[in-house]
Design a protein around this ligand. Structure first.
Ligand code: XIL
Length: 364
């Protein structure tokens, strides 16, 4: 049979359009938790329409991947650059999403002026406190009633349970954490407040967070959830220890959130997620530049399903599961900890298709 080319193209297009769409993840997991992703400026500004269609269809919560970090939004004292953060909040609002601000107090991507004087020396404690209060209050006041949750303090504790020697800790000591939460509580009493970190399966780190959160909550300082970033790989974390942490965090009375979920399919060079801990490129570290072999993909999907089943088992205390990005092509993991690798860590592949482990839930 002969079809004119134009008619053939039309038929092909209509077949593609007829392909049933996946059930939205937000409906699939509606009884379990909010489900979302970190979004970047391109997506919010319309430069990634396919990413936008995934987020709009599947997610009911978003977090700012970079645009609310102090180096971006508050690059000099008293100077705020709002365009990207405003666009992010507007994007979420137009879609009726639960919007999370990330992050108020963090050693990485910290605005260069924040903790030093004009000569580059550490500022006195009272000056740093004033700057923290100003920053937290300005951010939270601008988005009051629109951003429903904030990562107030990010990555304060090391894997061995000791405090990270960040400028905040070096200048203020342990007090910087309750102080930040106190400022946040006062700035927007209705916003949820989170403490967030990676490698939360580490027993020493777990114990320290339980202690810190119990201590703050016993003093009436609100910590509404403990965020477990959830940057994973094929050989870390130990899921038993991860689950022990979920349970331990639940004992504080705070909720638990999986805040930055992704799983590297590549050789592990770093089990943490400290942005400064990078390694040089080597071809052996980038074994799948042209796509994941079927057996590796299977293994990855099996492990992601195990993680998701663990989150579902604890959905009485886990209230949000958030991937750190939309599709594999835009993941930060393509350039961290090793630059220039082809990674496969997210819920959607480079062609914006849902990963197979998720269709086991959406097709139920
Ligand atoms: C990452 C972003 O995804 C990258 O685009 C950026 O270059 C570095 O930061 N933990 C966090 C996130 O809390 O803010 C980090 O995001 C990843 C690790």
């Amino acid at each position: 049979m002969f079809f004119p080319a134009a008619l053939g193209a039309l038929l092909l297009a209509s077949c593609a359009a007829d392909k049933p769409q996946d059930k939205p993840l937000k409906d699939t997991f509606a009884d379990n938790f909010l489900i979302g992703a970190a979004v970047n400026v391109d997506l919010v500004n319309g430069a990634d329409p396919k990413g936008d269609s995934i987020v709009s269809r599947h997610f009911n919560t978003i977090v700012a991947e970079n645009c609310m970090k102090s180096e971006k939004v508050n690059p000099a004292e008293g100077v705020y650059v709002w365009d990207d953060a405003d666009a992010f909040v507007k994007y979420g609002e137009e879609r009726g999403m639960f919007i999370v601000g990330h992050t108020l107090v963090w050693h990485s991507q910290l605005a260069p002026w924040f903790a030093v004087d004009s000569l580059g020396a550490p500022v006195p404690p009272e000056v740093l406190k004033e700057r923290m209060r100003n920053h937290i209050t300005t951010m939270m006041t601008r988005y009051k009633g629109r951003v429903q949750g904030w990562d107030v303090v990010n990555e304060a504790i090391l894997d061995d349970g000791t405090y990270r020697k960040s400028p905040f800790y070096e200048i203020l000591g342990e007090e910087f954490i309750p102080f930040a939460f106190q400022c946040a509580m006062e700035a927007d009493p209705d916003a949820e407040l989170y403490i967030n970190d990676y490698s939360m399966a580490s027993p020493a780190k777990r114990d320290k967070y339980v202690e810190i959160v119990n201590d703050m909550r016993s003093k009436g300082i609100r910590v509404d959830a403990i965020g477990m970033q959830g940057h994973m790989g094929m050989d870390y974390p130990d899921f038993n220890e991860f689950e022990n942490s979920i349970v331990a965090f639940g004992t504080t009375g705070a909720k638990v959130m999986i805040t930055e979920w992704d799983m590297s399919a590549l050789p592990t060079v770093n089990t943490g997620a400290n942005v400064a801990d990078t390694a040089a490129y080597a071809a052996a570290l980038n074994p799948y530049p042209d796509g994941l072999p079927a057996e590796v993909s299977q293994e990855w999907n099996d492990r992601m399903k195990k993680a998701m089943d663990m989150f579902i088992r604890h959905s009485d205390i886990i209230t949000r599961v958030n991937a750190w990005g939309t599709d594999d092509g835009m993941s930060w993991k393509n350039n961290w900890p090793v630059p220039g690798r082809s990674e496969y860590p997210l819920l959607f592949d480079r062609s914006y298709n849902l990963k197979p482990f998720l269709t086991e839930y959406t097709e139920k």
